[in-house]
Design a protein around this ligand. Structure first.
Ligand code: NDP
Length: 452
């Protein structure tokens, strides 16, 4: 970045920090976007003079509310609920709900901000939003989770709707939670409508939605490989996480002939030298989705699986050609990135949102390792949510093959958009490409709609 732009960036960031000083994750997400967009605006006069970036970093609306509920012992519990409605220039607000004790306004604003660009990249008409609660579903009974979800939706229902704001799942919010929230929305509003995505298949859900984020990330990685006349086949892959995104990323890598040697959760990672095959993947799905257990239990069950407590998957004692961080933000730092370079790394695609720190991204960038930011590579989840909304509006259901093909095509078109704005000789800067491509569509709509 030239000196001129460095000065503009630091002035811009000073202003954002003055208003959001304590929101470190949000500032991190904004800075990454601003680095790409400030030079782009400078080179494109059309986008000058209307404070587009300054307007984009202000959410259109932030809703914060009390969520009281009774636990199984009859004790009163109180959590905090949020919905950040970030930008509706190109469609209704769309983005997941996260239930995790770490949830705060900074995390939801970073996720909502990223979502604006991601949704723009999908080619579908969806604005950006995000929400959730500091509620921890871990260790709670189904009854407690239901009571919490009902109380959460009792307030949230005033603010959302199929043409206004359509939430989905994220960390801690899967099919069970979406079901309880949908039930309460329907009861309060007396409407059977597509107000949430990730619904069950018998009540308005879309085939392939559960698989979409993981599959989409791997489809995107395969497009990245194609630009190098290479493929996933025969590659050794480190995946972090063991939730929704990780499970289906692993599944698709297996189908494409890659070998996945790790999975993880917040307590550590498992190393599987021979690779996770379908029997072990089935075990992970059952463990995480039904029994809601810990990844360490995999090492108890299989002799050829080793568990490393409190360590990250990037430490796996083997070559790693591909890294797919699929757990949470800032889970791959500069030191991890250096370590991965030493293990033969050739490609990184983010399944999670902002899992790589700015230091890690710089290491990949300097080493010219193709690196896909989550807003491009994990956009398959929200894209398929968009397909679920279309099916709800049409009141019909597409087949598995139809949805999968649409998802695959969307991931290809996101890759093309990144290439259009990010190609520099024989290297593609996916961070720049995704940010600029995402920005252009939203900025054009904002210009058309005037100062709102
Ligand atoms: P899940 O709740 O299904 O799984 C999350 C996984 O990440 C679990 O293995 C969890 O371990 C681990 N994890 C969560 N928090 C931490 C933490 N603080 N430190 C270490 N590990 C952690 O969530 P998803 O798979 O749905 O989401 C994973 C990532 O993908 C998130 O960044 C999410 O925003 C992103 N994403 C998800 C989409 C979706 O469609 N679901 C769409 C696009 C992005 P543990 O069980 O121990 O908590």
């Amino acid at each position: 970045m030239s000196e001129k732009y460095t000065a503009q960036l630091s002035e811009f960031m000073e202003n954002v920090k003055a208003k959001n000083g304590h929101e470190s994750e949000f500032l991190q997400a904004v800075e990454e976007v601003a680095e790409a967009i400030i030079p782009f605006i400078d080179e494109n006069p059309k986008y000058q003079g209307s404070k587009l970036l300054e307007r984009m970093v202000e959410p259109e609306r932030v809703i914060m509310f009390r969520v009281p509920w009774l636990d199984d012992q009859g004790n009163t519990q109180v959590n905090r609920g949020y919905r950040v409605e970030f930008n509706s220039a190109i469609g209704p607000y769309k983005g997941g709900l996260r239930f995790h004790p770490s949830v705060n306004l900074s995390i939801l604003k970073f996720l909502g901000f990223e979502q604006v660009f991601k949704n723009s990249l999908t080619t579908l008409p969806m604005g950006g939003g995000k929400g959730g609660s500091d509620f921890n579903p871990k260790g709670k009974s189904d009854n407690e989770v239901m009571k919490f979800c009902q109380s959460f939706m009792t307030e949230l229902q005033r603010h959302i709707g199929p043409d206004t704001d359509v939430p989905a799942g994220d960390i801690g919010v899967g099919g069970r939670e979406i079901g309880y929230m949908f039930g309460q929305y329907k009861r309060l509003r007396n409407e059977f409508t597509g107000v949430l995505t990730g619904k069950g298949i018998t009540w308005g859900g879309s085939l392939i939605r559960p698989e979409a984020t993981g599959y989409g990330t791997v489809y995107f990685a395969e497009e990245m490989f194609k630009t190098k006349n290479d493929s996933m086949r025969g590659k050794t892959v480190a995946v972090s996480g063991s939730g929704n995104v990780a499970q289906f990323a692993i599944e698709k890598i297996l189908q494409l002939g890659g070998k996945v040697v790790t999975a993880s959760d917040s307590s550590g990672y498992v190393y599987v030298p021979g690779g996770i095959h379908s029997d072990k993947l089935d075990f992970i799905k059952e463990l995480k989705n039904v029994k809601r257990g810990r990844i360490s239990e995999m090492a108890d069950k299989y002799d050829d699986v080793e568990f490393f407590a409190d360590e990250r998957a990037w430490n796996a004692p083997c070559d790693i050609h591909v890294a797919l961080p699929c757990a949470t933000q800032n889970e791959l730092n500069g030191e991890d990135a250096e370590k991965l370079l030493g293990k033969g790394l050739i490609l990184v695609a983010e399944g999670a949102n902002m899992p790589s720190t700015p230091e890690a991204i710089e290491v990949f960038h300097n080493a010219k390792i193709p690196f896909a930011p989550g807003k491009a590579s994990n956009a398959g989840g929200v894209a398929t949510s968009g397909l679920e909304m279309s099916q709800n509006s049409l009141r019909l259901s597409w087949t598995r093959e139809e949805v999968d093909e649409k998802l695959h095509n969307i991931m290809k078109s996101i890759h093309e958009a990144c290439e259009t704005y990010g190609r520099d000789g024989d290297h593609i800067d996916y961070v720049k490409g995704a940010n600029v491509a995402g920005f252009v569509k939203v900025a054009d709509a904002m210009l058309d709609q005037g100062l709102v």
